[in-house]
Structure formats: C-alpha cells, structure tokens
Design a protein. Structure first.
Length: 464
C-alpha cells in the first residue's frame, strides 16, 4: 500500500534485488533486527496508513482484496495488538471470510476488472503487495475443485491479466481457462517487490544489435532461443544465475533471450540492468504469445485480440523488440498469428506448440511479408532427439542451401535442462553448458545468428 502513498518504500532482500536496485536511482537503506520487525514498521509508517483489515487463516485471501479497496494494511490476529499500539483503526474484520463471502460483500464490485492474482497460500506474502496496490482480487489457488478454479476469473473484462500461478489446474488448464476469457497469465508466483518496482518509470530501451550480412558460402543457419522468458518471477529471481544469463559462456554464441511484455512496466529497473549487461550476440525478443501467457487461437473476441496485439506492438517498440514468440495449442495456421504478424513492431514470429515445442518441425510461412516459423528442434532432457549430440547430428546433416527454407533451424532451449555436476545431460543443471556442448558439435557449415538476422535471411529464402 505504501507504493501508492509514500516516497519511502519497503523491499524484501530477495532474488535479483541487487541488480534491479543498481538502476533504481534511489537511496537504499538496509534494515535488519528489531527495526525491521512488524511492530516497529507499523509504528514507523502508521501516519501513511488508513487503518487495517483484521484476518485469520481462513480470511487471509479476502483480507488482501479488501485491503486493496480500503488502502489498508493486512493484519493477522497475532499482530492486532501491535497495530492498535501504532494507532491504527480496524476498518474491516474478515476473520472467517471465504471467497464466497468476499464475492457477496460490498467490496467485490470495487475490485479491478483488469487485473487479478492467483497464488498458492504457501507463497504469501509474495505478490500480496502488488495486489493491494492494484486494488485487485487475490485468490489462493489451493482449492482442489478444478471447476471452481476455472470460474474464479470469469468476472474479469476482456484484455485482463492474471498475475501468479495455479498449481491445482497446472499450466495447460490454467492458460486454457483464461484464453477464452480473452485474458493472459503473467507467471509471477515467486516475485517480490513488484509494487515498488512498478513505481519506477519505464524506459525507452535500445538493443545494441550488430548487422549480420548473409554468408555467400553454403551453410545451415541456426538460431538458439531460450525458453521460459515469459516468467516475470524468473526475471526477478534466478534468471541471472550461472546456468542462464549469468553464465560465463554467454557471449560465445548468439542467443535469443525472451522477455515478458510486462517487464518494462512491472520492473523497469531490471529491464535497464538486462539491456546494460547484454553481451555480443545477445538479443531480446518478446515472450510469449501476448501481453502475457495465453493461447491466442482460443480467444473468443477478435476485437479484444487486436487491441491486445496493438498494445503489445507499442510495448515492443518501447523495448526495441523485433521478434515475438508465441506458444499456442495447435495455432500455427490460425488467423491470430496473422494479426500479430501485421503489427508494425513485429518483424517475425517464432512459434512453439504446447504439445511439442518443436512439433511444427521448422515449418514456415509468410504473413504480411514476415515469416512465422516453428521450432525445428528442442534441447530438452528426456525428449526424443533432444540431447546436444542428437540435435548437432541432425543439423550437420541438413540442407546448406541459403535459398532453401529447410536450411534454417530454430532450436528452442528448455531452460531447466542442462549438464549436471558429472557433465551428463540431465533434467536440471547448467543449461548454457549444455548449449555450449551442442554448439561445439556443430560442423563447419553451421552458422549461428541472432534472431533478427535469422528472420531477415529466412524472409529472403521464403520469398525466393
């Protein structure tokens, strides 16, 4: 709530906070010990608070939503004495409130219809701050009633976004439920400090891209694309670890790093840090599907889809992104991709299919004179043909005629597969080390390029 009413902000020391504070242009005071205890903080900030909402374990979910409406602080029973001692008044007692109680209360109609939150109860207080700031519905996604979970967000308007995650429904069912509502999911369940970060001004970002002229000799062109960049929480936590963006191997070969459209608005200082620390060969692209994770082919309102992609094009221009990645459910030939390709900021589209990221086997088509290309291979432990050695062998045997669309391979890198400590390809490990092993096995006729160059050269091949 302080994000709405105070220049003095509170942050958790969590994840990549040192990176995003580097570009915060603000004085930072680290607190610990008694001064950082809840009672001391309530007393220090009491004059900036309207009051408090009292809750127990049952009413915690409702308390977050009501606190957003009242611009109050959420107080569990154990802190009520501290809140009263700080001079705060109880504005609402939601002990015992269920989600049904909240929906029948006078507060529900005052909640945002543009944004909502879905969060496992065990992950609180993550995202609680942002939900209160946004005056939005906050739902604990621990119910085992899948039908109820699917209907939870039916009150939202077209083009809404839901922050968080839903482990009960799982990835596919969650996105499948939101897409017909013309809504997007922004994975953010482990994100801290978003209320504060979103208060910093977004920037007009610029990538330092080096032009790559097409080679004149026969060659096979490869673009490497790191998965899971749509995860806002990953951007703010482990994205910069040594297995991914923080790898000492970064810069040895070009990589397409996906960024969520929400990053420059929700965490602009992190976006600035990433752009300032890009290595030669790094290029950022939009990931994934829209303003958040959605299946565009499942949207039921074509006008809402156009509005969403119009807004996306503006966000891409502000972040100097030229390629958009889409993950859909059987949507390669759907008109939704043509709507996306028709946007001014989009030079080309990378397509992944949910059932099999490389299920399109490199199929490509032109729309509005721009290529829409499916991933041909996936570096993914446990998937057929997904090891570094298998992919390298397939690429080395492929066409080397630059005028042939089959001479272009988009390889998606599963962000959680990598080399373990023994150097074996495994389900979790050093992802960039696995990529390096694959690249080292490529033959001399294989040429790695950044995504913009890949799109430009593939366009020429498809047009010839």
């Amino acid at each position: 709530m302080l994000a709405n009413c105070s220049e003095l902000q509170l942050l958790f020391r969590d994840g990549a906070y040192r990176q995003y504070l580097e570009y915060a242009d603000a004085d930072v005071i680290e607190m610990s010990g008694p001064e950082a205890e809840p009672a001391a903080l309530l007393k220090a900030f009491a004059d900036r608070l309207n009051g408090y909402v009292l809750c127990d374990g049952t009413g915690a979910q409702a308390a977050v939503s009501v606190a957003g409406v009242l611009q109050a602080v959420v107080i569990p029973e154990g802190l009520q004495t501290a809140a009263e001692a700080a001079g705060l008044a109880c504005l609402e007692d939601v002990r015992g409130w269920t989600d049904h109680t909240l929906r029948r209360s006078r507060y529900f109609c005052r909640l945002s219809r543009r944004v909502a939150f879905s969060q496992p109860v065990s992950y609180a207080p993550k995202l609680v701050d942002y939900a209160v700031m946004a005056g939005a519905y906050f739902g604990f996604s621990d119910s085992e009633d899948q039908t109820a979970c699917k209907m939870t967000y039916a009150f939202l308007r077209d083009n809404a976004v839901v922050f968080g995650w839903n482990p009960v429904l799982g990835e596919y069912e969650t996105v499948s439920s939101l897409s017909p509502l013309n809504a997007c999911l922004i994975p953010a369940d482990h994100a801290c400090n978003v209320s504060v970060l979103s208060g910093f001004p977004s920037a007009d970002l610029k990538q330092a891209l080096t032009p790559e002229p097409a080679a004149q000799t026969p060659h096979h062109t490869v673009c490497l694309f790191m998965s899971d960049g749509d995860n806002l929480q990953w951007m703010l936590t482990a994205f910069t670890d040594r297995s991914h963006f923080g790898s000492p191997l970064r810069g040895r070969f070009p990589v397409a790093w996906g960024l969520p459209a929400s990053l420059n608005a929700a965490a602009p200082t992190m976006a600035k840090w990433l752009y300032a620390n890009a290595a030669p060969g790094d290029e950022y692209i939009l990931q994934i599907s829209g303003l958040g994770y959605t299946f565009p082919s499942k949207w039921t309102n074509p006008f809402a889809l156009r509005r969403m992609y119009g807004s996306l094009s503006e966000q891409m221009a502000k972040a100097d992104l030229h390629v958009a990645a889409v993950l859909d459910d059987g949507g390669f030939n759907h008109r939704s991709l043509d709507v996306l390709a028709g946007q001014e900021s989009v030079d080309g589209v990378f397509y992944l299919d949910y059932s099999d990221y490389a299920g399109m086997k490199g199929a490509a088509r032109l729309s509005h004179g721009k290529p829409i290309v499916g991933a041909k291979y996936k570096l993914w432990y446990g998937q057929p043909g997904g090891s570094p050695e298998e992919i390298a062998a397939a690429v080395n045997a492929a066409s080397t005629d630059p005028s042939d669309p089959d001479a272009y391979s988009l390889i998606v890198i599963h962000a959680w597969s990598g080399l373990d400590e023994a150097g074996n390809f495994a389900g979790y490990g050093d992802t960039m080390a696995a990529v390096d092993r694959m690249v080292a096995a490529f033959g001399p006729d294989v040429r790695l390029v950044a995504p913009s160059a890949f799109i430009t050269q593939l366009t020429d091949a498809l047009s010839s």
